[in-house]
Ligand binder design. Structure first.
Ligand code: FO1
Length: 309
């Protein structure tokens, strides 16, 4: 069994490669819920939906989130009424949020709802939220204001300086059923090329997760989301610079070193192998840019080869 610690778009693309080279029934994605939000009274789980829609072949290929061929009638109606429309919810996507919100109100857990949605899309990999309890990534801006993740990411277009990040609720959160067991028993734990500060860190902040990773550090392989100092998508480079002083594969290595033995870095960063290894992390060089499903499968093969080494 392979467990993949997952954020949104980068993780979804990696998983779309992994399912081509490993039986999906052998894969468990443990997904960040720190980006979850409530808007219009609806519970939205962007990373879970991005992973689900991508593996279903239904994701919008341009944005990497939301459904392909989406229509926007509900958003137009909302705009007419003066409702909040900065977070774009397509008509089909809204169906997912209505279903999730309704099921949670009936008393179902987020893991149950996530499994139901995955089944409806005929997926055979397991998609599990890291926790069924409330977990919210919050960012302190340099002007002192603290905002929730989607406010930072979408409303403020992740273009404002951040002085600190915290994971509200993490200390009280219990791992979702099966998460610690899957991590403890997996042949391999892959850390997807997701933002280490706001996608992977909240997963590791859930009590018990870090401990089990530390205890199995040799089986944990991370993929750097930073290539030549920059993130392909989102604010990982910016946040790493603001919060750790530098954005490079070396800063990623420093963050994961306590609980991951190996970091896969892109070929363009091959000269940084020594720096990464000085952080106590074994560096493996491979093409990591997932242009298409074939490139994703190639990266998945490279990660599996590290493990079989
Ligand atoms: N990202 C945006 O940049 N703008 C949006 O309006 C937006 C809407 C949205 C709706 C549903 C969903 O599942 C994701 C959505 N995202 C949007 C992406 C999301 O904010 C981020 O990709 C993740 O939270 C970061 O991992």
């Amino acid at each position: 069994v392979i467990v993949v610690l997952s954020g949104g778009v980068g993780a979804a693309r990696f998983l779309s490669g992994l399912v081509q080279v490993v039986d999906p029934a052998e894969i468990t994605a443990v997904v960040n819920t720190g980006d979850d939000t409530v808007l219009h009274g609806l519970h939205i789980s962007p990373d879970i939906d991005t992973v689900t829609y991508t593996l279903a072949g239904a994701v919008n290929p341009v944005t990497g989130w939301g459904l392909t061929g989406e229509t926007w009638a509900a958003m137009s109606a909302l705009e007419r009424l003066g409702g909040a429309s900065w977070f774009r919810l397509g008509d089909g996507d809204l169906g997912t949020h209505l279903y999730r919100t309704g099921r949670l109100a009936e008393g179902a857990t987020l893991s149950e709802v996530t499994a139901e949605v995955a089944r409806a899309w005929n997926l055979s990999l397991r998609i599990v939220p890291v926790t069924n309890d409330r977990l919210r990534t919050r960012l302190r801006l340099v002007d002192g204001e603290e905002v929730e993740f989607q406010d930072y990411f979408v409303r403020l277009r992740h273009s404002v300086p951040v002085s600190a990040v915290r994971f509200d609720g993490a200390a009280q959160a219990r791992p979702a059923p099966g998460v610690l067991e899957a991590l403890g028993e997996a042949d391999l734990v892959v850390v997807a090329p997701s933002n280490p500060v706001v996608s992977i860190a909240p997963i590791v902040a859930v009590p018990g997760v870090r401990e089990v990773l530390e205890s199995r550090r040799e089986s944990v392989v991370a993929i750097s989301p930073i290539i030549a100092g920059a993130a392909l998508k989102g604010p990982a480079d910016r946040l790493l610079t603001e919060l750790t002083g530098a954005s490079s594969v070396t800063s990623v290595a420093r963050l994961i070193s306590p609980w991951a033995a190996t970091l896969v870095i892109d070929v363009v960063d091959k000269d940084l192998v020594g720096e990464v290894e000085a952080e106590g992390v074994h560096a493996v060089v491979a093409p990591t840019v997932m242009h298409d499903r074939d490139a994703s499968a190639e990266l998945a093969r490279a990660v599996l080869a590290v493990h079989r080494r």
